[in-house]
Design a protein around this ligand. Structure first.
Ligand code: BGC
Length: 417
């Protein structure tokens, strides 16, 4: 898929690696919302304090990182990929396979990364046993965020099942309150669809379909029910949501214009940035029906091969900062996620983060720890985009659940929808 990019470079484009001034270290990422930018400030500050190199940011708007991945492809095709790129999951393997990435083994060995990162995360960071990336955090995707004041108005406690969730949404809708804030981009549809998939069809089927890519899993009648439940969820949404960004949707929950949002815990970064207090102004629970399940999403930075020794040194310094305890604490307290490095104390984290860690540990013992397909932890970007398109078209049309399943089948078979 990205092979042609490598060919373009070998065919005589400029040498790869950052083309900026020697002391510039370019970093491409998609953290542009209020909470994300605040977290990024933590990283920039720590880097400034430790290194002479200047971090030159290329930040590409667009939640989920799909625009950023597109931008990276064109940068690579022109022979000037950035030195550091925010990237996740199988994409790392694809870029590694094409020979774009540089090894961090030296610093990894020196700092004993092997002992610091759980295997389930480390396996994503390595290509052919070489460390090519560092993990920033662990985000949980299957969260329900809710406005406590609006819940109090309905004397509601957090629903435990999808039926209870929809019953509460019915009450809110009847009284003119918007039950769910939901943005207008396919990746946001995919995020909620995955949570509803887990609540409806369970972890085994999720693994079979999205991890093992066994398209026969689609014959299980529960997949049709997933589409039906998703259709029900869509019936509560504001029809005026085209193009709405995820953080603007979170803002609606913060300001009581909507009661709930199903979104990963980067949403918490927005609540905190707005000085909303967990357990007081807002609450967090696993999406009803997914208790005990943890759909994980690990942000990481990969390092592109560079010809300059100065850049290489600056990359190593950067990697070392990301792996350090102060960074893992400070960054993740802002970002909404939990540290990816083992044994980092959580005493200064809020209750949602503590619950996240507890559930991560529990789920890893029970088989409930699942790589989030919608957030690039199981499938490559092209496949995710195709599946997301099916879900979005389904949401905006009168398509039946059977047709939805049939379209998923086409994607898994590699056919046009
Ligand atoms: C990333 C988060 C990011 C979110 C919204 C997710 O895929 O893992 O770090 O905040 O997208 O952009």
């Amino acid at each position: 898929m990205i092979a042609y990019l490598r060919i373009a470079i070998l065919a005589g484009a400029a040498s790869f690696g950052s083309q900026a001034m020697a002391q510039d270290l370019e970093i491409l990422h998609w953290w542009t919302s209020g909470g994300e930018a605040k977290s990024m400030e933590v990283l920039k500050k720590m880097y400034r304090e430790k290194s002479n190199a200047h971090l030159k940011e290329s930040n590409i708007r667009g939640g989920g990182g799909f625009n950023a991945m597109k931008a990276l492809k064109s940068r690579a095709a022109s022979g000037t990929p950035p030195a550091i790129v925010q990237m996740k999951g199988p994409e790392i393997q694809e870029w590694g396979q094409q020979g774009f990435l540089t090894s961090l083994n030296e610093v990894a060995k020196e700092e004993k990364w092997e002992q610091k990162v759980p295997d389930v995360i480390a396996s994503y960071m390595k290509h052919k046993n070489n460390w090519v990336a560092v993990p920033v955090n662990v985000h949980r995707v299957n969260w329900l965020w809710y406005n406590k004041e609006l819940f109090a108005k309905y004397k509601a406690t957090p629903p435990k099942t999808l039926d209870e969730l929809f019953a509460l949404a019915d009450k809110m809708k009847a009284k003119g309150d918007l039950p769910f804030a939901h943005g207008g981009q396919p990746w946001q549809d995919a995020t909620v669809f995955e949570a509803i998939f887990l609540a409806t069809a369970g972890p085994e089927l999720h693994k079979r379909l999205f991890v093992e890519q066994d398209e026969k899993a689609l014959d299980d009648p529960r997949v049709k029910t997933v589409f039906e439940n998703f259709r029900r969820y869509v019936s509560y949404l504001d029809s005026n949501r085209a193009g709405l960004d995820w953080d603007k949707a979170t803002e609606m929950v913060i300001s009581k214009r909507a009661a709930m949002q199903i979104m990963g815990d980067w949403a918490k970064g927005e609540f905190l940035k707005a000085h909303a207090v967990p357990d007081k102004n807002f609450g967090c629970v696993a999406v009803p029906g997914t208790d005990g399940l943890f759909s994980f999403n690990v942000d990481s930075f990969v390092f592109f091969e560079t010809k300059s020794a100065t850049s290489k040194k600056a990359q190593n310094q950067f990697a070392s900062i990301v792996m350090s305890e102060p960074f893992q604490i400070e960054f993740n307290r802002n970002k909404g996620s939990i540290p990816a490095v083992l044994d980092v104390p959580l005493q200064d984290f809020d209750s949602c983060a503590k619950l996240s860690k507890e559930d991560f540990v529990k789920a890893s013992k029970t088989g409930g720890l699942l790589p989030s397909y919608s957030h690039q932890m199981a499938l490559n970007v092209d496949m995710i985009n195709s599946l997301a398109e099916v879900v979005s078209v389904f949401a905006q049309s009168q398509m039946t659940a059977e047709e939805g399943v049939r379209n998923f089948k086409k994607v898994f078979k590699g056919n046009k929808i």
